[in-house]
Design a protein around this ligand. Structure first.
Ligand SMILES: Cc1cc2nc3c(=O)[nH]c(=O)nc-3n(C[C@H](O)[C@H](O)[C@H](O)COP(=O)(O)O)c2cc1C
Length: 411
């Protein structure tokens, strides 16, 4: 029986590449695989021609012609870093799904993708780093110097109307783990994602109008509730419908702890519920093909979260926002995936630890009376306020927790 000749391996350039210069190299990055290779002239000229599949012998020849002394090693490295991909392979299929879905170009894709699943530094490590940084480069002023031509304004009316509610919002991370009420959670969800009207417009159909604004009313963000200890809601994960004002069951609580889902932040451990804001970017992309729209989606997450946080303080819950999320773990728990779906932000909710019989008011007064730094709970509060998001390498506030203190402005 005649043996069929072994087919030579065929490779093509990845379709998910961005590149930037570094020294005498060009760094080529595959944003789907999250890999980078330093490439010289021979590789770049070979890649320029490898938009369709070639067999390895041909690619090797092209490299040798451009002066590469060891094409076999170069090709192996380019395959390992997914700069060259095997047609039909897992990475090639994932890239194809990006090509079908993503409308905002490779630069925005690389930005969006490269922020996923970061390792967040523990607070102690971050402090050492910040001290060293402050010695090299003093921190920039956070409060700008007063400018010329100052014009006094009437005092804001912080005891009345909406300002009184906004004044109550603060990040409270010290939670007892005790159950929170379904009613309070329902109010918080509604504040961010509740639908107050529907807009019917030609071509686009029905668009929800929420309590928070939405760019073009495209409403790219959904809320997912992780209920750990909510009276009246069985533990598990749910998707919120702002139109019907109800929850749809997604699945059980994921294995592990809440810090595992929130970048390792230990102060998430005793939260009773977390609302994850998950973007379906395709809803925005369909109308807005410019990557500026990615910014709009992020702004919208901020609007929604702020509404939720204000509603949470108003309901007497402890709450804080978390920009630090463990993307893959959260998305697996919520069963969302795909190039255009991503968890962006979280609102962490709980029962304030030191709310005794008088309720959460005590928690707040205990904290503010101790803002000179004497109480353990207040100093924990201040410690925790260095967010894990900010502790992601490169963006930490510089104040030391031991010395940081809060002074409250009161009306
Ligand atoms: C976009 C954003 C991301 C944040 N991420 C975190 C976080 O991951 N962890 C955390 O503990 N706090 C986080 N915070 C809360 C801030 O640390 C907090 O808002 C800030 O210290 C000011 O305190 P206040 O909220 O009480 O006014 C975040 C805040 C914002 C606006």
């Amino acid at each position: 029986m005649a043996r069929s000749p072994r087919r030579a391996l065929r490779l093509r350039r990845s379709s998910a590449l961005v590149a930037w210069p570094r020294g005498r190299w060009v760094l080529v990055h595959n944003f789907v695989a999250g890999t980078t290779a330093a490439c010289g002239g021979a590789v770049l000229s070979m890649l320029a021609g490898a938009g369709r599949p070639y067999n390895v012998t041909e690619l090797g020849r092209a490299l040798r012609r451009s002066g590469d002394p060891d094409p076999a090693t170069t090709l192996r490295r380019l395959v390992e870093t997914a700069i060259l991909v095997v047609p039909g392979s897992a990475v090639a299929r994932e890239e194809a799904s990006w090509r079908r879905t993503w409308r905002w170009g490779p630069v925005a894709a690389a930005f969006h993708r490269s922020l996923r699943d970061l390792r967040f530094l523990p607070i102690e490590e971050s402090e050492v780093l910040l001290r060293a940084r402050a010695r090299r480069r003093p921190p920039p002023r956070v409060i700008p110097e007063p400018g010329p031509g100052r014009t006094p304004l009437p005092q804001p009316r912080i005891r009345r109307g909406v300002l009184a509610h906004l004044m109550k919002r603060e990040s409270i991370r010290d939670m007892s783990g005790a159950p929170v009420n379904a009613r309070a959670v329902a109010d918080v969800l509604f504040a961010g994602l509740g639908v107050r009207a529907l807009l019917r417009i030609p071509v686009q159909g029905d668009l929800p109008l929420k309590l928070a604004p939405s760019g073009g009313a495209r409403n790219p963000i959904d809320g997912y509730l992780l209920a750990r200890n909510v009276k009246g809601i069985p533990p598990g994960t749910y998707r919120y419908s702002g139109l019907r004002r109800e929850l749809e069951r997604v699945g059980p609580l994921p294995a592990g702890t809440l810090p595992d889902l929130l970048g390792g932040q230990p102060w998430a451990a005793e939260a009773s519920a977390v609302i994850f804001l998950v973007a379906s970017l395709g809803r925005a992309m369909w109308k807005y093909e410019h990557p500026l729209s990615l910014r709009m989606v992020l702004f919208e997450a901020g609007h929604i979260a702020q509404n939720m946080l204000v509603a949470a303080s108003d309901a007497g819950l402890a709450a804080w926002p978390s920009g630090a999320v463990s993307d893959t773990r959260v998305e697996e728990a919520l069963r969302v995936g795909g190039p255009d779906r991503a968890v962006l932000y979280a609102v962490v909710l709980g029962h304030p630890r030191d709310s005794g019989p008088q309720g959460p008011r005590r928690a707040r007064s205990a904290k503010s009376s101790a803002s000179g730094g004497k109480s353990g709970s207040a100093s924990r509060q201040v410690r925790a306020s260095r967010s894990a998001a900010q502790r992601a390498s490169g963006s930490r506030p510089a104040a030391s927790s031991a010395r940081a203190s809060r002074s409250r402005l009161r009306g």
